[in-house]
Design a protein. Structure first.
Length: 296
């Protein structure tokens, strides 16, 4: 029995339930209303409110129910990380596969890889996220998705190219060349079986890595989507304008001491999602490996 694939599939089913069925549950506040104060036992309480029957996971500093925020942000979170990984792998596939056949594309991939590998991805994204045309753009979230996808294209493209080079060294590939197969036939019959497994498993695991990267941005105050509010005394302040899960960690430095339920709930759902993608990736790889051994 493939335990990783089974458990990962069940966890994915839960995430999809949370995303599409969650908003229909009676305990979910779809309006995400704020509550400035609450009377309890003759006393006035102010947010953040601890977990209770009214707020199963507690509330944030604005009095918003954490469980409702998690459900409201589920679809956006999954769509954002999916968009990032789709863009990354689409460009990486073109560069990675093309670099095996073309020296020019190989040079482009090499330059891209070296350009974005001289420092950690988080610092590169922070640099581009701070550029004025990105900060003040009406389409900041699109810019951020493209930037986050782009910084890992080199690594992913190299992985695809390496997979093809590894397949080309196998004995059966030489047999295909000797038999006079065309380039397309060689790719379809000799490269693609291994390459497909590499792309699928890494695509899924990259969704977990991407979510973790976005969580790091939220902790240091870099958001995928901004709104600008006027502040007392003049000037404006950039604030988060999204329900994506990692943004719940924007006050982690205070919440970890005074509203730990916010941190635990957010870290819990992020960790659960990352573990889901890891188990799915590992389970799919094991499934194809077992299938290959049975047929050989």
């Amino acid at each position: 029995m493939n335990k990783h694939l089974t458990i990962g599939g069940l966890m994915l089913a839960f995430l999809l339930f949370l995303t599409f069925i969650g908003p229909l549950l009676p305990v979910i506040d779809n309006s995400i209303s704020q509550e400035g104060m609450r009377f309890s036992g003759g006393e006035i309480e102010v947010p953040p409110f601890p977990p209770s029957a009214e707020d199963p996971l507690g509330s944030d500093r604005e009095g918003r129910d954490i469980l409702s925020l998690i459900v409201a942000g589920a679809e956006e979170t999954l769509l954002v990380i999916l968009a990032i990984v789709v863009i990354r792998f689409a460009v990486s596939a073109v560069l990675g596969i093309g670099s095996y056949y073309s020296k020019t594309i190989r040079a482009v991939l090499s330059i891209w890889s070296q350009l974005f590998s001289f420092m950690p991805s988080i610092f590169i994204v922070i640099f581009f996220a701070g550029l004025p045309f990105v900060v003040f753009s009406e389409h900041r979230q699109i810019w951020m998705v493209v930037i986050i996808a782009a910084v890992e294209v080199g690594r992913t493209g190299d992985m695809i190219k390496t997979s093809m080079e590894y397949s080309a060294k196998k004995t059966f590939f030489e047999a295909g060349i000797v038999s006079g197969c065309s380039q397309w036939t060689l790719f379809k019959n000799y490269f693609w079986p291994d390459l497909r497994l590499t792309i699928v498993t890494n695509f899924i695991s990259d969704m977990g890595r991407t979510l973790f990267l976005i969580a790091q941005f939220a902790i240091i105050g870099v958001y995928l989507q901004n709104a600008f509010w006027s502040i007392r005394g003049g000037g404006v302040e950039a604030v988060n304008d999204s329900f994506i899960w990692p943004t719940l960690l924007q006050n982690i430095h205070h919440d970890v001491f005074t509203a730990e339920w916010v941190v635990l709930s957010t870290v819990g759902i992020i960790t659960f999602t990352m573990l889901t993608f890891y188990l799915l990736s590992s389970g799919i790889r094991r499934y194809y490996q077992d299938k290959y051994h049975q047929s050989s």
